[in-house]
Design a binder for this molecule. Sequence first.
Ligand SMILES: *Cc1c(COP(=O)(O)O)cnc(C)c1O
Length: 354
Amino acid sequence: MDFASDNAAGASPLVLEALLAANHGAVPAYGSDPYSTRAKTMLNDVFEREVTAFFVTTGTAANALALGALCPPWGAIFGHHHAHIANDECGAPEMFTAGAKLVGIDGPTAKISPDAFRTTLKDFPVGTVRQVQPGALSLSQATECGTLYACDEIATLSDIAHGAGMPVHMDGARFANALVALGCTPAQMSWKAGVDVLSFGATKNGTFACEAVIFFDSEKAKNFAYQCKRGGHTLSKGRLLGAQMAAYLENDHWLDLARSANAHASDLAAGLKGIPGVRLAWDAPANQIFAILPRAADEALKRAGARYYDWGSRGHATSQALAPDEVFIRLVTSFATEAEAVRLFVSIVREAVA
Ligand SMILES: *Cc1c(COP(=O)(O)O)cnc(C)c1O
């Protein structure tokens, strides 16, 4: 019963097989190999237009390098207070932008509210040399609270950003989970809604270590190859990344993996919801569930070896007050979650509160 995170799983077997298959013969280094070329062509098809894509090994590198391409050192990067870029990347976005300032914005369940964004922007007047200048907006889809921006909500925030002269970055560490939950197309959830650069996550959803930085405007990518290399993210054996990404995209494998992860989360949510004394903190339609449990259930789960995070300690306040004998937890499912683990987890909670 491992619901700690979707990176607790290994890679999808198809990705692993593709890596083994790519392990013979000599090919050009530094990403000029046929595997990487093919994966880039596949991304053009996925996004229904020509994109400029680069492969890196971590989501932190994808985000930080992408922001480094968008935002000058004297810029402000606007993101939610709970954003991964602000709380989980050890200052990488600040480092790769050579010192841009991260500005946190409010909004319930880790979603930036358009009003809060507009209000925050008033504190960053264009042309005032005493203040950092609007540099980029960064949105997480899915968010750190497992919630989603509908495509029109992305478009509204993008319009505000573009109106203030800023490009839009999307942290899509869980892009696939959000996409299948919304039932829209990759194009609708990104460039058609105003996203300029996307961190297209794949590691949590089935590769071993491969994420793409996708530029919808090649002009913005013109220095990225240098930034990537300078940041130590240009793999000499680039086929390692290209082979993973091609296998991930092949025959919509990535969508199948995300559907499976989301289905496990929805089974978990449905099972927990039916138990007296258990509440879900908010509606989270992708693969992260936030639940409030009686302490007795938390203790029984831990005794049984279940793994998950106590989310109360992360400061993601729920709108619902916790009683002293309640705990607030996050559960994440992945493509590798087993139905039996979900069933066992729910039955332990049910017995503990009976
Ligand atoms: C996991 C995650 C990332 C990427 O994290 P790495 O550990 O650097 O791969 C980025 N953003 C969000 C929202 C995430 O959950």
